[in-house]
Design a protein around this ligand. Structure first.
Ligand SMILES: C[S@@+](CC[C@H](N)C(=O)[O-])C[C@H]1O[C@@H](n2cnc3c(N)ncnc32)[C@H](O)[C@@H]1O
Length: 300
């Protein structure tokens, strides 16, 4: 990954998704691609959701799998205020120097003709049924690492996910994010989340039976030089574990990256800006709901 100065005024558009700073590594890129493609191939339709997008590294890949009629909603504070002091400290320490919404938009539009629906607000603005129940097939949770926030994000994802939908939790076992670990395992043991597999950074789960997915993953050539696929049993339930410095061969590398789209970028930009929602605290959740509904109507 190339680390670039992300100030919009000095940074050129990235040539490859790997030029976008972030924390989204090849093994997870492969798993995202494999899972999203599998859903599409199986005829599953539903919206896509990301909480915590930073400069767009993971959103760019997720957006590549959006199908006609599907919405892709991303929620991030970007350069607006955090809702509490601990979250503000987290933002200052990790993101403030590099993160702007303009930089996210520039990076995303280097690979896609349209922006996703952008909710620039704390993820709590999506709570309480703001996203239609059961509307999503895939949710990536990668915003605040504080327990209270992540626990809320998991409930938001749970309500928004369709039957068989997949949730991915970032940093569920990183040394500096015990709050994510607490919220993740609470979801497993108290709220019925079923782990499918884990990588060094992420836990992939569902509220549906994980066995069919696990069976397919085990049949793939994921256990290769430098990447091990093991099976752990947690409270009687198998969980696949990818480990090692290498990368599983789940998909050809070209399937994991997003090519630069042809032309159409400048016209798309104005459409995209219309679609993007400007939501800053203390805008009420009702306003978010209204905004998302109108974007959905535009997209239909
Ligand atoms: C780890 S970064 C996301 C990385 C990104 N998914 C990637 O793969 O490159 C976390 C993001 O969450 C955002 N964030 C932190 N707290 C938030 C909150 N309470 N609500 C919404 N976004 C938040 C930050 O602005 C930051 O962009």
């Amino acid at each position: 990954m190339v680390t670039l100065d992300s100030r919009p005024e000095v940074q050129a558009a990235p040539q490859s998704p790997d030029d976008v700073p972030g924390w989204f590594w090849p093994l997870d890129q492969q798993l995202f691609g494999w899972l999203l493609e599998r859903q599409t191939a199986a005829g599953m339709r539903g919206d896509l959701l990301e909480m915590g997008s930073y400069l767009g590294r993971s959103a760019i890949l997720i957006g590549r799998h959006r199908q006609p009629g599907e919405a892709f909603t991303i929620c991030d504070l970007f350069d607006s205020d955090a809702p509490d002091g601990d979250n503000a400290a987290e933002m200052t320490m990790s993101y403030r120097e590099t993160l702007t919404r303009a930089a996210f938009e520039r990076n995303y539009l280097a690979f896609h003709a349209e922006l996703p629906t952008i909710v620039q607000a704390p993820t709590s603005a999506l709570a309480g049924g703001v996203l239609p129940a059961g509307s999503c097939r895939f949710a990536h949770i990668d915003a605040s690492h504080l327990y209270e926030h992540v626990a809320g994000d998991i409930q938001t994802a749970r309500a928004a996910l369709a039957d068989g939908g997949i949730v991915v939790l970032d940093d569920f076992r990183s040394p500096h994010t015990p709050g994510v670990a607490a919220a993740t395992w609470e979801a497993v043991f108290a709220h019925g989340l079923r782990p499918i597999c884990v990588t060094p950074e992420k836990l992939y789960g569902s509220w549906a039976d994980p066995e069919p997915l696990q069976r397919e993953l085990r049949l793939l050539d994921g256990d290769v030089d430098g990447c091990n696929l093991d099976v752990d049993v947690i409270a009687g339930q198998p969980v696949l574990r990818f480990s090692g410095p290498g990368v599983a061969r789940l998909m050809p590398p070209s399937s994991c990256t997003a090519p630069t789209p042809p032309a159409a970028r400048s016209t798309a930009r104005s459409t995209a800006r219309r679609l993007a929602l400007d939501l800053l605290p203390p805008v009420a959740a009702r306003a978010v709901r209204r905004g998302l509904r109108s974007v959905r109507e535009h997209a239909a």
